[in-house]
Design a protein around this ligand. Structure first.
Ligand SMILES: C[S@@+](CC[C@H](N)C(=O)[O-])C[C@H]1O[C@@H](n2cnc3c(N)ncnc32)[C@H](O)[C@@H]1O
Length: 421
């Protein structure tokens, strides 16, 4: 039985191959002259504000319009970026050789990958990006900042969001944490180029930055599977925590929590993009990948696309209800007659499942291994979601304490099937 991890890598292998970028290589310094600076910057910023108004469907709030005008995005874009290649991977774009495309990426309301790791088998993994301005503005707006507020940002990247925050609140009110030392240097340089000096520290954001707290808001641009206890401790009662959400199943949605007086926090989700994960310095690898038992074979009428297709509201709900379960599609499975296979595996190890789509067959063949019946769990979660009217993330909420998170539907009285992890 091939191990799920190997399948996953095959599935994500990009046709683009190794682009020569290596982790640890410094990103080109920000002071290098770039096309689009000077007189054209304000035009680009103006165009961006107009594009955001259309994307958000409402005027950009005045404080963020002013911040965007003062923060030309091209200052933050390294000379080499990675743009989607249309086939699930990324292709390199250099300012020196492809200035038009590079400039278009700088002024578009789209995320731009600024750091990419390429694994030995060619799988390309984005590790840092410049977020899409509309995503950033939408999230910043939910912070409901007031003059004088202090904010802790997690995930500085190249420093764009830190610059917006520093423009809104003043340099001394913003502390931004980034795990990658090269990016810290780059972000400090980019910010200094614009005359901004918020504190940018090289640190694991999961621990927060206790010396600067308590904060009026904690704002993260990398996704979490649970709110770190340090963020709860370092946010003042009534303060806000805004963070993109992920489960082992998928990364989708953003949660806005308000800190309670007792140290916990409650909040609600909104639909919306995905973000790269908060990297965990303490993470361990997966558990044992093999089980010595025959599979439990059955059939299902529920399509694997229902739980793992393009409906991210379904994926969000399934992820909330099946803790620690990952999924990956295999479009070219080895067994004869199997057209597509969905793999599920428990990231703790020991359990996995396959759901096969066979030519000319009604229904789908399921094989489950290990102590957990992962497909049964996913199917039960889907039916729970369907039974409740297929709710979107906006109907979900969370109550968090240092030790536990409960995801609920509409009110805390209706917890999701199982705790998320
Ligand atoms: C989407 S990027 C940041 C975007 C950025 N805020 C901007 O202005 O465009 C997410 C960043 O989070 C950083 N990151 C991931 N895990 C982290 C951690 N545990 N602590 C601090 N930063 C982390 C990554 O290195 C990456 O640069």
């Amino acid at each position: 039985m091939p191990e799920p991890a190997a399948r996953r890598q095959q599935q994500h292998r990009s046709p683009g191959g190794d682009d020569g970028h290596r982790p640890g290589r410094p990103i080109p310094p920000p002071a290098e002259p770039a096309p689009g600076r000077g007189g054209q910057v304000s035009e680009a910023a103006e165009r961006l504000v107009t594009a955001l108004r259309h994307r958000l469907g409402r005027p950009v709030p005045p404080e963020w319009t002013a911040a965007l005008r003062a923060t030309p995005r091209d200052v933050f874009l390294p000379g080499t970026v990675w743009l989607r290649d249309g086939e699930g991977g990324y292709e390199r774009c250099d300012r020196a050789t492809d200035a038009g495309r590079w400039r278009a990426a700088a002024s578009a309301d789209e995320p731009v990958v600024t750091r990419l790791d390429t694994e030995p088998d060619g799988w390309q993994r984005p590790v840092s990006s410049l977020s899409a301005p509309s995503t950033v503005v939408r999230m910043l707006d939910t912070l409901a900042l007031r003059d004088g507020d202090r904010v802790l940002e997690i995930g500085t990247g190249v420093g764009f969001t830190a610059a917006l925050l520093a423009h809104r609140l003043g340099d001394g009110q913003v502390i931004s944490l980034e795990l990658d030392a090269d990016l810290v240097r780059t972000a400090r340089g980019n910010l200094a180029f614009l005359g901004r000096r918020p504190a940018v520290e090289c640190a694991d954001g999961a621990r927060g930055w206790p010396d600067g707290g308590p904060y009026d808001a904690v704002f993260a641009t990398c996704s979490v599977r649970g709110v770190p206890g340090a963020w709860l401790e370092q946010t003042r009662p009534g303060g806000r925590i805004v963070v993109p959400w992920a489960t082992a199943w998928c990364a989708f949605g953003t949660v806005t929590l308000t800190r309670r007086d007792d140290g916990g926090a409650d909040g609600r989700f909104t639909s919306g993009g995905s973000s790269m994960p908060l990297l965990d310095r303490t993470a361990h690898g997966p558990g044992p990948e093999r089980v010595d038992e025959p599979p439990r074979v059955s059939r299902t009428g529920l399509s694997p696309w229902a739980v793992a297709g393009e409906d991210y509201t379904a994926q969000f709900a399934v992820g909330a209800c099946v803790p620690g379960v990952r999924h990956v599609w295999d479009g070219a499975p080895a067994p004869k007659g199997v057209r597509v296979r969905l793999w599920l595996d428990d990231e703790a190890g020991g359990s996995w499942a396959t759901v096969d789509v066979r030519d000319g067959s009604v229904g789908f063949v399921v094989a489950q291994y290990g102590p957990r019946s992962l497909w049964d769990e996913a199917e039960t979660a889907w039916h729970w979601w369907d039974h409740h009217g297929r709710p979107t993330p906006d109907r979900f909420g969370i109550s968090a304490t240092r030790d536990a998170h409960t995801l609920w539907l509409d009110t805390p009285a209706t917890p999701c099937l199982r705790p998320s992890s």
